[in-house]
Design a protein around this ligand. Sequence first.
Ligand SMILES: NC(=O)c1ccc[n+]([C@@H]2O[C@H](COP(=O)([O-])OP(=O)(O)OC[C@H]3O[C@@H](n4cnc5c(N)ncnc54)[C@H](OP(=O)(O)O)[C@@H]3O)[C@@H](O)[C@H]2O)c1
Length: 379
Amino acid sequence: MVIGVLGLGPIGESVCEMLGSKSGIRVKYVCCPERPVRFPATVTRELRDLTEDPEVDTVLELSAEIHPALEQVQQCLLAGKHVVTCNKPLLAFHWNELMALAARQGVCLRYGGAAAGGLAWIPAIERCKRADTIHEISGIMNGTTNYILDAMHLAHASFQTALNRSQDFGYAEIDTASDVDGLDSLHRLILSANTAFDVSIPPEEVLVRGIRCIQRRDVETFLAHGFCCRLIASAEHYAERLAAVVEPTLVELKDHEAAVHSNFNLLTMVSRQAGKQSFFGQGAGRYPTAYNVVQDLLDVAAGRAEPPGPPRIETHVDNRTFVRKYYIRTAVSEPWLWSRTEERWETGVITCRLSAQEVHAWAAEARGRDPELFFAALR
Ligand SMILES: NC(=O)c1ccc[n+]([C@@H]2O[C@H](COP(=O)([O-])OP(=O)(O)OC[C@H]3O[C@@H](n4cnc5c(N)ncnc54)[C@H](OP(=O)(O)O)[C@@H]3O)[C@@H](O)[C@H]2O)c1
């Protein structure tokens, strides 16, 4: 196999290092002019050097933005190259068009490193659905937010202190929004659910709430009641109904998610025959992610990967039947909340069972009156 690399950041460098000389995979081009390349490869600014070279059979797309990656991946697929990518937003927002193009061209489009770093998660979903029907996907899909929440629970850190520490360790980006506001979890959820359910989820229809407003006093309350908070991404597909939500969630201290510490991930699928299967490990980081990219490349090289199946119908999300009790902490006092309150905890109330649709819609509006408002589902 001969490959061209688009984007030589930490992941690209680690992949090239892991490929070494033993894999039978040769990196012929690196299309990323800004960094020194420490292995023998032609450095180019021209994508067509890769697409027009018949020796190159696969392109590794490892840049971080949607554009120009979308146009570049399209050109590579049109040129008949297999593509392996880690670009989560690219696939989350352009799933159907890229999968359809790869299917038409009869080439592979692989993304095992994008959804869950070092966990064999996407391959496990693919194997499961060959023999079974997957109904649920859920879990802790973002290590940075788990690190922050874990530090708030175990070390009694404030949100800001935990966030600063996560940046010191290199877990959180300088721009923390993608992690803290749940967008990274959204992208991973979409990749996982699209794979598991054979759907194409419009990202804007998924309800997403991150952990930015959680406070230490919330955490103390949760612990006093036998819970801890995790950022959980969930999707369910039963018959024609598809629900998809990313939100802070209170899990009991005896639950598996409560034992996920630091920046680890825990991903779970539930299928009709096999039941519940969970996968624990590093969901990001340069070498864990590079590990899955290398696995994808080896699969393509060995002919073990196949082009995607026919395009999926875009499937709309309906979160009206995704029902939970909710913890809500807010300074606003209003009839909507009074009529739904079942219990009072030290810092907030517990509602009756409500749909995620209703709670997210109310909170989006109530946040105008109380920007500090925090809510979490109870599982
Ligand atoms: N890091 C992780 O743990 C992790 C986990 C899962 C998935 N991913 C994804 O994996 C990808 C790579 O991650 P990373 O941490 O290595 O990202 P990164 O640090 O942002 O590096 C991306 C590289 O792509 C280059 N680039 C940007 N636009 C390009 C273009 N149009 N053509 C060619 N090269 C371009 C950048 O060049 P400059 O240096 O000039 O900007 C940079 O070298 C990203 O999509 C990321 O979201 C990362």
